[in-house]
Write a protein that binds this ligand. Structure first.
Ligand code: SF4
Ligand code: SF4
Length: 407
């Protein structure tokens, strides 16, 4: 029975002493008992977020891909669809059930909203004369529905980049601080996923207000819900829900365990910093340069890549000038252009820069790897270059290995 409660004894605030305490990774952060909502309850969650002034964003289907866009109802979600991914390959396929979150990740990541591809910075001219008028900081409040565990880690990485240093990005801060995050634990791994290797998934353990595990069972279509913050707890209390049974908790556990066991890719990650930095002259960089088109797709789809350039525009019609910030990529020649030319003129140097930064020097810079194992760079590389395979190839023929540098 699903009952609407605010602080009911069988609601989220209730305790069930029969809860299986042998499932520590399913105990919510707030140490309260998981709840269960139906699809109707999920619709009420979307409605409630809208009423509270959030711009609700979630997975939708467009141009034969699952992308993040504005949603108002469950009908906007890709019910009954999944994605099939491999190196350089992505296609949608019908599922044999009505799962709403039965896919892995698509080409979009949430950085599209928190760190937009184009951001106006200032304008001058016209009625403003020569004075540069800064663009106002947009205080849009996003509610993200369907954030995967790897994406929570990617957001945490971008938090460190934009908020963690001496120079805080006010645009990112305004969007990030107001965001409400509904995570979804993955019910299946994509063909290029390797979050289990990077210890970033498939279970969301932190960084969410609410997290869902979708259970498509003979007895109904349910979502096991855990709250990660007071805001999540308060919103859950306003939804129709009941306490999860031990069987539902165990089923949710098995969904995540099955996903973890079926990752499309694997990558040993414990020694990447040393492995890559002692192999800066490895012949594999020449090999990958033969294949790499330096198109920059991998950096555009990567949820942690953050590099930007600025562009100035002059409008001869009205005499105004404006400056915008836009995503850039270490794969472009212009990105490392200094006086006299680019310091990374070859595909070899640019691919090596990207991969060694992502997997090695990022750790020196920000304290973690820059890769969360989402697999997007593999799927959306037009020639199917696979970061896990490149690491494997370097490791397999590491000339320093015999000198006691591991396997
Ligand atoms: S490097 Fe590739 S797998 Fe790692 S986070 Fe970026 S897109 Fe995902
Ligand atoms: S690795 Fe692939 S996606 Fe990245 S720049 Fe090279 S060709 Fe493009």
């Amino acid at each position: 029975m699903i009952r609407r409660t605010s602080d009911s004894a069988i609601g989220y605030n209730g305790r069930d002493e029969s809860l299986n305490t042998n499932l520590p990774d399913l105990i919510p952060m707030s140490n309260l008992q998981p709840a269960v909502v139906t699809t109707e309850g999920l619709q009420e969650l979307i409605d409630a977020l809208g009423r509270r002034g959030y711009r609700v964003v979630g997975p939708t289907m467009r141009d034969q891909a699952i992308v993040y866009d504005d949603i108002v109802s469950l009908a906007d979600l890709p019910a009954g669809w999944t994605d099939e991914q491999n190196g350089g390959t992505y296609r949608l396929a019908e599922r044999d059930d009505d799962a709403l979150f039965g896919y892995a990740v698509g080409p979009h990541s949430w950085k599209k909203f928190l760190h937009p591809p184009v951001l106006p910075l200032w304008r001058a001219g016209g009625v403003h004369g020569a004075q540069a008028i800064p663009e106002s900081v947009a205080a849009e409040r996003f509610a993200f529905i369907g954030v995967r565990a790897c994406e929570l880690h990617a957001i945490a990485i971008q938090d460190r980049v934009f908020l963690g240093g001496a120079h805080v990005d006010p645009h990112y801060r305004a969007r990030r601080e107001g965001a409400f995050i509904v995570a979804v634990n993955c019910g299946q791994a994509g063909g290029t996923c390797f979050c289990a290797s990077m210890n970033t998934g498939p279970k969301a353990n932190a960084g969410f207000d609410l997290s869902l595990t979708e259970l498509v069972l003979d007895g109904g279509h349910l979502f096991l819900v855990e709250a990660g913050t007071d805001a999540g707890n308060a919103l859950l209390a306003a939804l129709p829900h009941r306490a999860a049974t031990q069987g539902e908790v165990e089923t949710a556990h098995s969904v995540v365990a099955r996903t973890a066991a079926s990752m499309g890719r694997q990558m040993r990650a414990d020694d990447l910093h040393e492995l890559l930095l002692r192999n800066l002259e490895h012949p594999r960089w020449d090999d990958v340069a033969e294949r790499c088109l330096t198109c920059g797709n991998c950096t555009m789809v990567c949820p942690t890549c953050f590099c930007t350039s600025v562009e100035d525009f002059s409008d001869l019609a009205d005499g105004t000038t404006s400056r915008s910030r836009r995503w850039d990529s270490c794969f472009t020649m212009d990105f490392s252009h200094l006086h006299g030319g680019s310091v990374r003129p070859t595909a070899r140097s640019r691919y090596r820069q990207w991969m060694t930064h992502k997997l090695a020097t990022w750790i020196d810079q920000f304290g973690t790897s820059g890769c969360v194992g989402c697999g997007r760079c593999i799927t959306w590389c037009p020639v199917g270059i696979d970061i896990t395979e490149e690491v494997r190839a370097i490791r397999a023929s590491d000339p320093h290995k015999e000198r006691g540098h591991g396997d």
